[in-house]
Design a protein around this ligand. Structure first.
Ligand SMILES: Cc1cc2nc3c(=O)[nH]c(=O)nc-3n(C[C@H](O)[C@H](O)[C@H](O)COP(=O)(O)OP(=O)(O)OC[C@H]3O[C@@H](n4cnc5c(N)ncnc54)[C@H](O)[C@@H]3O)c2cc1C
Length: 511
């Protein structure tokens, strides 16, 4: 009888958890290791004075039966219909511009119709843009069914749209938007979701952005209990299939022999043997530090050394003594834009300076979560987020939080005050109801996941890094695979998929 192969998973973010669960399902003896004291990476919540805050989850698409996230979870024994709760179907995203509010609704046809009413002069441009977005939605669903091994005949229709879509794998979203309309307000609306992939329209690959938007074409969902709810469901699924977890286990080296993985070495020197290693951490770390240079072609090491990370965030977690519905907030994300220049919301990354007013993303997590566990009765939890330059924080990154000193605290507080001033201007009185607050700088994110520059979504989805130019599940080392947001992109769906792909490839590895 063939002996069970031992698989190690490095990192227990969404991609690592999915890898552990799929590998265990596929019969591997699985041990997942995480450097942190908590399992979950960006899914791990933290608590403060009765409030539970999410660090990296605000909405997920494709959660209905037959759709990608639902079916991936279902195949692991997780009932996604039970786990996920739908956000407001009439406006799961609300864009607030200076004199225009737009609610992004489902399905896509209804949203297109809504924009048609708001911009009656722009029907030609909307037809162009939504034609492509519709094609991307069909491609997204056909890909999902293909991956799940359940293609249907009508998926062939999706193929007809592929050539038109593919040209946008070589051009940025901004070009597509400018080609569609010259109306500055509609341009801003079409770029309104840019924070969801942490790159401005001028930098993100058009097709990547279309696929992310398409992911929400049939609505958006939030897990009961927030990111922690999804994390726990994945851990339970993996454990039910026999996987084990170990925290405070920092992997320092991936060992090989004659081009084949043999195990890992932890900080402190402990060696753990394995037939398969799935590394679900930043590829810059896996390929730049954990694997010996002699095991990789120079080109791949160079590629890992120059990764441009997705843009770092600054988060403020607020606990409020009031139900946020009294301020008009609902089960939706709110994007506050100070002008119609969406690019400006990301400009700090490139100029190093904060623009006069921030673009803010608001996620009232306790309203989105029907479990009632994120905030005490009658209170609310709110995440407020913007994009800031990681470079300005670099000088403190090698120090532990407690030793970053007064200059770090002063810069952190300056950003927080800049954000709270804008929040107070948009929702007068809200800041006065705050009873608990915590700040998350790009270094807080890097401390949490060890992602370079505190990247929220893995490598930036730019023309030189996305799709065929990105990283693969397979590596040149036999038995070593990559998972997590460095493979198919950031987000729950791509990370779940990365776990499926890693397990699939591991099964094919020569014994
Ligand atoms: C602010 C923010 C908002 C987001 N919003 C959404 C959203 O609304 N919807 C959505 O789908 N996605 C969202 N995301 C993205 C999503 O959370 C991530 O893409 C995904 O969770 C990342 O999973 P990952 O597998 O790449 O691992 P990560 O979460 O990056 O975790 C990596 C893990 O590896 C561990 N690790 C690192 N190095 C080592 C080592 N050497 N040894 C052992 N362990 C190690 C870390 O401790 C960590 O636990 C958001 C992210 C952020 C930050």
């Amino acid at each position: 009888m063939a002996s069970t192969r031992r698989a190690l998973v490095i990192g227990t973010g969404t991609g690592g958890l999915a890898s552990a669960a799929f590998l265990a399902k596929d019969g591997f003896d699985v041990l997942a290791l995480d450097a942190d004291a908590e399992i979950g990476g960006y899914l791990a919540p933290f608590s403060k004075d009765g409030f539970v805050f999410d660090q990296g989850l605000h909405y997920v698409g494709a959660c209905r039966p037959g759709q990608l996230v639902h079916e991936l979870l279902q195949s692991l024994g997780v009932d996604a219909s039970e786990l996920f709760h739908e956000l407001d179907p009439d406006g799961f995203d609300l864009y607030r511009f200076p004199d225009l509010d737009v609610q992004v609704c489902r399905p896509l046809a209804a949203y297109r119709e809504r924009l048609g009413v708001l911009f009656p002069e722009e029907s030609k441009g909307l037809r162009h843009f939504f034609g492509l977005l519709d094609g991307a939605a069909r491609m997204h669903d056909a890909l999902a069914r293909g991956i799940l091994g359940r293609p249907v005949l009508t998926d062939l229709v999706a193929l007809t749209g592929v050539p038109a879509l593919l040209q946008w794998s070589q051009r940025p979203l901004r070009e597509l938007i400018e080609q569609s309309t010259s109306d500055e307000r509609l341009r801003a609306v079409l770029a309104g979701q840019s924070g969801a992939w942490a790159l401005p329209p001028s930098r993100v690959v058009g097709l990547a952005a279309l696929l992310y938007m398409a992911h929400f074409s049939d609505g958006a969902f939030f897990p009961r209990g927030g990111g922690g709810g999804l994390r726990d469901a994945l851990v339970r699924a993996a454990e039910a299939k026999g996987a084990h977890f170990r925290t405070r286990a920092l992997v320092e080296r991936i060992e090989t022999e004659r081009g084949r993985v043999t195990g890992v070495v932890l900080a402190g020197g402990e060696r753990i043997e394995a037939d398969i290693v799935v590394s679900a951490v930043d590829p810059a770390l896996t390929l730049g530090r954990l694997v010996s240079a002699s095991d990789l072609p120079t080109s791949l090491r160079r590629k890992a050394a120059v990764i441009e990370p997705s843009m770092a965030t600054f988060q403020i977690w607020l606990g409020l003594r009031r139900d946020l519905r009294t301020y008009g907030l609902g089960a939706q994300n709110v994007w506050l834009y100070p002008s119609y220049d969406v690019e400006e919301g990301f400009s700090a990354r490139f100029t190093g300076k904060l623009p006069p007013r921030p673009m803010l993303f608001l996620s009232p997590t306790s309203i989105k979560d029907p479990s009632g566990t994120l905030a005490p009765e009658g209170s609310s939890s709110l995440v407020v987020l913007t994009y800031v330059p990681h470079a300005r924080f670099r000088k403190w990154q090698s120090l532990p939080e407690a030793e970053r000193g007064p200059a770090y605290a002063a810069y952190r507080d300056e950003i927080a005050a800049w954000m709270l001033k804008e929040l107070d201007a948009r929702y007068p009185g809200l800041v006065g109801d705050v009873v608990v607050q915590a700040y998350g700088t790009p270094l807080t994110a890097a401390d949490r996941t060890r992602a370079a520059a505190g990247a929220p979504f893995g490598p930036a989805m730019t023309l030189s890094q996305w799709g065929p130019k990105g990283f693969r599940t397979r590596t040149p080392v036999t038995g070593l695979y990559l998972a997590g947001s460095g493979v198919f992109g950031g987000g729950v769906a791509p990370c779940l998929l990365s776990g499926l792909a890693a397990s699939f490839m591991a099964k094919l590895a020569p014994k």
